[in-house]
Ligand binder design. Structure first.
Ligand SMILES: Cc1cc2nc3c(=O)[nH]c(=O)nc-3n(C[C@H](O)[C@H](O)[C@H](O)COP(=O)(O)O)c2cc1C
Length: 167
C-alpha cells in the first residue's frame, strides 16, 4: 500500500475512533474484544504505528501482555452501536462477548489474532513497545479528571502490519 492510500485510511480511522472501535485480542483459550475510544496514529521508530490505551483493570490487558498483538476494527455503520456498547461495558473475564453478540470473526492477514468482521476498516498490529502511565509523571489536570480511581492506562505501541477495508 502506498503512503497516500495509507494516510486516507488512517484519517477515516481517526474520525471513527471517538464513536468506538473494537480492540481484539486472543490467547489459545479465548478471543475477546473491547470497545476503545482513544488512540493515536503516527510514525515512530521509522515504522507506521497505532497506539492504544488500556486500563490496568481490563481483561484485554491480561491477554495483550502475553500475546503482544491486536487487531482493530473501525465500524462504518451505526448497526454496530449496540455491540460496541456491550463490548464497552462487559468484561471478557465474566462472559463471552463474541458469542453473546454473535460477532463474526475472520482471520487476520499478518497475525494470529482474529478480526471482528463488519463493514469497516481493519488495522493489524504487533506490539513493539508499551508504557505504563505513572501518577507522578502525569499532570494533575489529567490525573484528577481521568485517574482518581488509580486505574491508570498502559499505552501499547503497535507496529501496523496491515491496514485495509472490509465490505
Ligand atoms: C465508547 C467507549 C470507549 C472506551 N474506550 C476505552 C479505552 O480507550 N481504553 C480502555 O481501557 N477502556 C475503554 N473503554 C472501556 C472498556 O471497553 C470496558 O471497560 C470493557 O468492558 C473492557 O473489557 P475487557 O475487561 O473484556 O477487556 C471504553 C468503553 C466505551 C463504551
Amino acid at each position: 500500500m502506498n503512503m497516500t492510500e495509507y494516510s486516507e485510511l488512517i484519517k477515516k480511522a481517526a474520525e471513527i475512533l471517538p464513536k468506538g472501535a473494537f480492540l481484539t485480542t486472543a490467547n489459545k483459550n479465548k478471543t475477546n474484544t473491547m470497545t476503545i475510544g482513544w488512540g493515536t496514529f503516527g510514525f515512530q521508530w521509522g515504522i507506521p504505528t497505532t497506539e492504544v490505551m488500556v486500563r490496568q483493570s481490563r481483561f484485554t490487558k491480561e491477554i495483550l501482555d502475553n500475546s503482544m498483538e491486536f487487531t482493530l476494527t473501525f465500524p462504518y455503520e451505526e448497526s454496530m452501536k449496540a455491540t460496541l456498547g456491550y463490548c464497552g461495558q462487559k468484561s471478557g473475564r465474566d462472559c463471552d462477548k463474541i458469542g453473546d453478540c454473535s460477532i463474526s470473526l475472520v482471520p487476520a492477514k499478518e497475525i494470529t489474532t482474529p478480526v471482528v468482521s463488519c463493514k469497516g476498516l481493519v488495522i493489524e498490529c504487533k506490539v513493539v513497545a508499551k508504557t505504563e502511565m505513572q501518577t507522578e509523571l502525569t499532570d494533575s489536570s489529567v490525573f484528577d479528571k481521568w485517574y482518581k480511581n488509580g486505574d491508570l492506562h498502559t499505552i501499547y505501541y503497535g507496529q501496523v502490519l496491515a491496514c485495509y477495508e472490509l465490505n
